[in-house]
Design a binder for this molecule. Structure first.
Ligand code: F6P
Length: 342
């Protein structure tokens, strides 16, 4: 069961107890809005008389003791910046017991009582593991363009990435239409298809291939056999990188072989989806979640992810957030098919 965190206020009246110094870090793939979250965590913590340490380069920096102290002025002017001022990494060393032991020793040496981790699935799995082995509290803020975390409708960076995909596909549409070509456009999302699904709807894609639905390949066949030929037009096929067809390259090769008359191109959008200035929503939600993370720590909550469900702040235990899947609203696929049916 998710529990609702008390309404967020920047200043908490609660006594800090033993909590005196917190650390904040970003981990895994960067996402636009991470800086807004760092700023919110830092300022909410300082407003509650806590000392703040920034850990650079994710878990790798934690192992190496790459710590900096953060003042309010250190997070000034970063709200609108993409990427993460603390940098990020995917650490193999942290996956080992020795790595986590070193990380714990570094946290103790720096007298850090609790840690705010800003990241996705892998980052929270690491936090859960470490909190089971050592007496250290973590609170997570979901930040990934994939929007694949259970228990939250929203992850920081998703909306900015969605807009980046839409902007790129609109441009591809211009050239596709001019040449009468079919474009297979590969969208990120790891094993999840939400970014592909919503960007496909926003761009009027003829077909959207996502890992959550097997029926979509039939839709592609229908489009190639009828839709494209009847309308003598172009086509945009959005392919989620995690789709079981194996990605845009593979499915385009197959289509080319089976339909040598078609003019097929592939565009893999890649890391352009991870950059850019965060949208207003990403900034606002990052700020709200950052404040909620500090409130949760002051309320002695630990090993939970802050989320937004039905526009309310919720807290979700890490073990649920990482083990359960964020489901897709299959109604969206029906709507997309309806849009292409006439
Ligand atoms: O989790 C975010 C994400 O961009 C995924 O969509 C993608 O599969 C992965 O990260 C790529 O990771 P990297 O930048 O390490 O290659």
């Amino acid at each position: 069961m998710m529990t609702v965190v008390k309404k967020s206020v920047p200043q908490s009246s609660k006594k800090n107890g033993e909590l005196q110094k917190i650390a904040v870090f970003t981990s895994g793939g960067d996402a636009p809005g991470m800086n807004a979250a760092i700023r919110a965590v830092t300022r909410a913590a300082i407003a509650n008389k806590l000392k703040v340490v920034g850990i650079r380069r994710g878990y790798q920096g934690m192992i190496e003791g790459d710590f900096i102290s953060l003042k309010s002025s250190d997070v000034s002017g970063i709200l609108q910046l993409g990427g993460t001022i603390l940098k990020t990494a995917r650490s193999d060393a942290f996956r080992t017991p020795e790595g986590r032991e070193k990380a714990y020793q570094q946290l103790k040496k720096a007298e850090i009582d609790a840690v705010v981790v800003i990241g996705g699935d892998g980052s929270f799995t690491g936090a859960l593991k470490m909190s089971q082995e050592y007496n250290i509290s973590f609170v997570g803020i979901p930040a990934t363009i994939d929007n694949d975390m259970y228990g939250t409708d929203y992850t920081i960076g998703y909306e900015t990435a969605l807009n980046s995909v839409v902007e790129a596909v609109d441009k591809i549409r211009d050239t596709a239409r001019s040449h009468g070509r079919i474009f297979f456009v590969e969208v990120m999302g790891h094993e999840a298809g939400l970014l592909a699904l919503n960007s496909g709807i926003a761009c009027g894609a003829e077909v959207i291939l996502i890992p959550e639905s097997k029926e979509q390949e039939e839709e592609l066949t229908k489009f190639l056999n009828k839709g494209y030929k009847d309308k003598e037009t172009s086509g945009i096929i959005i392919v989620a990188e995690g789709d079981e067809t194996g990605g845009a390259m593979k499915i385009a090769d197959k289509v080319r072989k089976e339909n040598p008359d078609l003019d097929v191109r592939v565009s893999i959008l890649g890391h352009i989806q991870r950059g850019g200035s965060p949208t207003a929503n990403d900034r606002v939600n990052a700020t709200i979640m950052g404040v909620a993370a500090i409130e949760a720590l002051l309320d002695d909550q630990k090993n939970i992810m802050i989320g937004l469900a039905n526009q309310k702040i919720v807290s979700v235990p890490f073990n649920k957030a990482v083990k359960l899947n964020h489901s897709i609203d299959t109604n969206l696929l029906d709507i997309q098919r309806l849009m292409q049916s006439t």
